[in-house]
Structures are given as structure tokens and as C-alpha cells.
Design a protein around this ligand. Sequence first.
Ligand SMILES: Cc1ncc(COP(=O)(O)O)c(C=O)c1O
Length: 399
Amino acid sequence: MTIRPSARLSALPGYPLAEIPTIKRRLIEAGMDVIDLGAGDNDTPPPAPVVAALRDALGNPALSKYGFQQGLPAFRKACSAYLERRFGQRFDPFTETLPLIGSKEGLAHLPYAVTNPGDVIVFPEPGYQAYIGGAILSGAEPMVYPLRADERFLLELDRLPDAVLRRTRLVYVNYPNNPTAAIAPLEYLERIVAVCRKYDILLAYDNAYCDLTYDGYVAPSIFEIPGARDVAVEFFSLSKSFSMTGWRLGWAAGRAELISALTRVKSYVDTGPFLALQRAGVVALDRAEELVAPIRQALAGRRDAAVAALRTAGFEVESPKAAMYLWVPLPAGVPSAPFTRRVLEEHGVVTLPGSSFGPAGEGYFRIALTVSPERLTEAVGRIGKALEAVQEADVAAGT
Ligand SMILES: Cc1ncc(COP(=O)(O)O)c(C=O)c1O
């Protein structure tokens, strides 16, 4: 039988991280010292009490059973308690929260619950790939909103034509943002909630980085905006805040009807996160303030080191107040994909070209703050050498 990819599969753009592991392995086998600043996968360990809780949980056979969508009641209660402590928002643990196998899973499954083929789904570009993936695979019509530096990388929904907004059922919004590290002022959130209410659009607020904030900045929940509960569902992740990327644990919060719709989709495609993980997740969430602090502090030190090194190397980069990325502008006329390819192949540093986040990401590359300040400084020094080489080649070519 000939396996033909479905039209929806064929419509997916290339995944930015897909090629990197193979190239990286080849370079390491050839003896190169590779520094990986590609995926947002911090090298700090998960908090020791969370690891200990998982170890204990593995000794309890009841936690090796199917979790189903209900999951571990204590985990839902911990999600709900965190939302109340952190944002002053009360959500019923059993009807208004839902455990996810990482927030990516919930973000990508959401369109199956709330859109029909042909409905428009708006998402930011550059942006996290789960949005376009969910939009295309569910048969909806994807609509890119290009984020721009002169709009502070904010997705200004009401700039889209009225006719498009009338057909739009879902918009993905993500602040603190990957990859630009932009943050959303409250007046912006009020504005986008108002547009969603006006046009009856569901706002999927991706808050994966809400606890990775610096310089005294505190990221809000969308639910802090009056009226947001009518139109929003919010996604949270334990991956980044607790260095638990591979564990696959997140959750969604929102109105009971929405949570129940997403639950129904998930009932047909998965059986919920591993219960032992949910038990460990309770420890993480209950002690979030204490356990995230060292990770946040480590990331702030990395940010400072990388920003200083980038500026020394001639890059004009801002010091972000949140997330774990630097979104670095390239000098005019330096395309991002060949540049990052050169940085990897010749200097052994993995970064992501802006263009891999969609055409609107061109002109930038992304650095993830995944290694120590010393390694970041070393990596940026190598990136600077690559930039010098490109610029010298341009001068030699008279361009
Ligand atoms: C903006 C954004 N949302 C969601 C996720 C997914 O996180 P999780 O590990 O919870 O699936 C990521 C991961 O990189 C991300 O950058």
C-alpha cells in the first residue's frame, strides 16, 4: 500500500527543531563542543522535593493505573489553589480545571473542541507551533497575525478586517511570549478581551511562562481582566517553571462548558497524565513560590550574561522581563536561516532562525537561556565571530 500523507498533514509547515538533533549528533561525533541554545529546555534539574515525590509515588501501585481525564483529585485541587494564591482567581477543581499531558497537548487539541472546518483560528507569528498545528490538523482555517517590534509584539486582534473577525472562533495569545519574550500590559489584555467579547471569539491564553519573570515584573492571568471568564481559557505548564519539560504535565482552567468540551476530545485521544506525575505536580504547585525562585534567579543571571555578551558582539538586543529567550535582531540583509546554520555547522552553537517561526520571524534569531552564564558567554562569542565573518564576506562581495 502506498502511504499518502493527508492534505492536512501536507499543509503543516516544517517543524523548527526537526533537523537539529541529527546535525548536532554529527558535529559531536566529529569532536565539536556543541552548545545547545535551541529548544526551551533549561539544563537546571527539577526541584529535589518534586523528584522525591515522584519516586515515592512510583512505589504506590494505585498511581500506576489509568488516570483518565479526572486524574488525581489532589492535582486539580493544587491547580485551583495555585490560581487562587497566585492570581486571586477561584476555579472549581473538578469542573473548571483539567490536567494535561503538557500544555502543548491541550493547546493543540482545543480546536477540535470548539471549531468547525472553515472557521478561522488566529495565532501569532512568530509563535509556538502547537497553535498552527492544532488549527491545520483540525481542519480550521489558520490566520497568521504577524507580530511586529513596533507594536511591542502584541497581537492586535482588531487590526484584522471585520469580515475575518466575524468568521473567527479562536485566537491564541501568549504572553510572556515565546519567542519574542514580549510581555502584555493589562490595558492590552483588556482590549483583546473586549474584541473577543464583541465577536464571540474564544481566547486561548497560553501562560506557560507566567512564573519566569524578572526585575520585579509579575505576569498576570487573563482571568484578572473583568469579563475574561466569558471568553477565555488559560493554559499552564509545569515544564518551564520547574524544569520538568520531559515529565509532560500542565493544565487548563476555564468555564465548565469549555473544560468539559476539551475533556471530551481528550477522552478519545489520551487517558490523562501519569498519576504519579500528578502526585509530584501537587508538591511543585503547592510550593511553587519557593521552588521556582532559584530557577528564576538562575535564568536572570543567564539573561544578564547573554545580553551583555550580545551587546559586546554588536547585536542590539533588549533585556527581556520574562520567559527564557532572547529574540535577537540581525543586521539588515543577514537572513536568519543561513546565519544560524553557519553558527551551528562552523561554531557548534544551536540557535533557532526567526524564519523557522514563520516568515514574520525573519530578521531575528532566538537564543534559549538553557546553559550557564559562562557557556552562554562562550556561545555568544562564537555567534559574534560568525557575524563578523558574514559581514566581512559582504564587504568583500561589495554588498
Ligand atoms: C509558548 C509555549 N506554550 C506552551 C509550551 C509547551 O509546554 P509544555 O511542555 O507544557 O507542553 C511551550 C514550550 O516550549 C511554549 O513555548
